[in-house]
Design a protein around this ligand. Sequence first.
Ligand code: AMP
Ligand code: MG
Length: 498
Amino acid sequence: MEQGNQINNMGWNFDNTYKELPESFYSDMNLNPVRNPELVILNKPLAKELGLNVEGLEGKDGVEILAGNKKAEGGAYIAQAYAGHQFGHFTMLGDGRAILIGEQKIDTPINITGEDYKKFDIQLKGSGRTPYSRGGDGRAVLGPMLREYIISEAMYDLRIPTTRSLAVVKTGERVYREYVKEGAILTRVASSHLRFGTFEYAANYLGKEEVKKLADYAIDRHYPYVKNDENKYLSLLKEVIKAHAKLVSKWLCVGFIHGVMNTDNMTISGETIDYGPCAFMDTYDPETVFSSIDVHGRYAYKNQPNMASWNICRFAETLLPLINEDVDIAVDMAQKAIFEFSDLHFKYWIKQMRSKLGFFNEEPMDKAIIEDLLSMMEKYKEDYTNTFVSLTYRKNMNTGMFATAEFTNWHKNYQERLERQEESIEEAYELMKKSNPVVIPRNHRVEEALKAADNGDFKVMEKLLSILSNPYEYRKEMDEYTELAEKSDLPYRTYCGT
Ligand code: AMP
Ligand code: MG
């Protein structure tokens, strides 16, 4: 069924609540068609969960929609305005190369990004220039879009709240970066695209009434249960603090380094967003930084909790006038809430670390056992993921750190700790299996998949995706994906290289 350039046989069921906000929050967008769209990958299970018609999306009209050449019926087609602190400096930003198609409604709430929701933003990334593009071309490159697809889906399968990837299409156009690249568009799915930076935009460029409308909107979409609280804006802040304390603890537990934790890349929902220079740590080193532009290590692995807390301060500042009319009282209330961040983060972190080691109950010495293991891993340059895999499956425990007297000593202590709890050793190993991924998207594997894709071979990526899709369940075929990259003289570097 085609009406004008709007198509609907795909199951689109849009709600466009963002357009109910004041117009200064977004810009209406026309399409920026691309020359020769071609579907590279479609996330069929995700499409089905969203109530979308897989064959429809794979067909010509579907691909035209995913390429931004035609409009999905009932779509909003807007670019969102936002600001943000980038590496500490405040600036105006906005969707410079993205269009929000609309908010896909589902009848019963489902959990596809981290929490149960009935509505998911569908956004095209790389869809052309917008009023917020500044000097950019509004386009994206195939490699980085596939990288976002692989890593965001891996994060979801690791059970970490995240935006998802529905599809990648090649545009058939060239994109000019350092080299000439193939253009692509990623369809991103999120429980919303509200960012800390959206609030910073409202507070800095609009006014108190707009911040209030935005805060009410955010509460409605993400934390409706605080609506009747005595101070619902303080409650909103507390919920965001909790969500990020939890999120960052999950990042640390799998060795994920986001790489560009600017406030425009922090969601109100607590979903991981913006897969640019992110990567998973291999050798355990808390100072690890992969991003080529993060020269001072602001967003190093170990700094992530502190940076999340710094970002939350920027978010909290935007809410102050809503929290209390008296600014001193508001600051005091917000500060008390923010002080909770590190305790909350620690609580989430240690709970997961206990599970990673098979502890069901809590003992005062647990923190020391965990930290001793981590410092041994650092000292002997052990692989973070594989160390836990070794402990869980009791294999490959005769070289490196495992062959030292220090480890033998630690292990004896650890075994005694396991024996002291009520649950059996077998039950402890079961818990460890559920808590320690066998595979993560290792940097050399991701690079290998992207290189093949660049040469038109998508099989390597498909295999990688299938391996990563069930990381907590050991299968023989995973073995080669647990192997480390050959030693290189140069550290692994990632780029915003978008
Ligand atoms: P990011 O580093 O991806 O978080 O992007 C920071 C800002 O730059 C956001 O406002 C993006 O929309 C914008 N941006 C990134 N790449 C481009 C591009 N190729 N064209 C226009 N805007 C862009
Ligand atoms: Mg961004």
